[in-house]
Design a protein around this ligand. Sequence first.
Ligand SMILES: [Ca+2]
Ligand SMILES: [Ca+2]
Ligand SMILES: [Ca+2]
Length: 273
Amino acid sequence: MGDINFTIAKDVNLNKVVNLDIDKDVDVNVDNPDQLATAEADAEAFGEQALAETDAYTYVTDSEAFSYAESTAALDLEIEEPIFDDPLGDTFGFGSPQIDIENVSGVVSGEELKLTMNFFTPISAPSTGLSDSVVGFWDLDLDQDPLTGIASNQSFFAPPDQQGGPLGVEVVIDLFSEEFNPGFVDLFDTNGFFIGTAPITYGTNSLEISIPLSELGDDGNLNYGTVIGTFNEPTDAAPNGVFGTVGESLSSLQNIDAPISDGALVWASIPAE
Ligand SMILES: [Ca+2]
Ligand SMILES: [Ca+2]
Ligand SMILES: [Ca+2]
């Protein structure tokens, strides 16, 4: 028997469904003159962002028995973040400034949903009270079903060419609410009931919201739309012609009719029920 050398690197964090290709070899030898029996097996599975491997070896002789088995699994956490670009200069308000979205994106990391919006124009937190304070709504279609939930704020406040994709919204993030609770935004359900708050950070040209998936009761696959502006008016929406997606994409839904708001919405913070 030769030496058996192996190196194990283990970093298991399997929280995502992946499609795996299985490559399996099995070798059994019971005729080795020095050993009563040997058996060896290994299986390897490779997904797009994960791999797993199991090796097992065993033998027995007249005076010895040996067996080992090792498994390795690794997940590439650098999952590509889908970024939805928005044009420069497609603002639709009338005053000054016209806050202009550059892109929106969302990714799940460490059981938290992180939503990011970048801007071509400078922005400030609502709590600063400045003229470039960015307010509005970030609508989440948690079950990726436009037939459940309510019409998006984007569909109500944005012009026809910036209606986004068909969304049935389960949770609305109220970007106005940071005015009175610096560093946090309020979350509301479809009945206008307050769910909780989520931390928000503002850069010179960006904002980021972090929400634990447990607070949303979501699996990390969702669709979204946004409409933002100044305290005076909405100025931009994104994505313009499709919904944004986090996690698994159900792009076939882009072609079905979205619910239409039957109420008169106000460009202001959501009044809690
Ligand atoms: Ca824009
Ligand atoms: Ca829905
Ligand atoms: Ca836009």
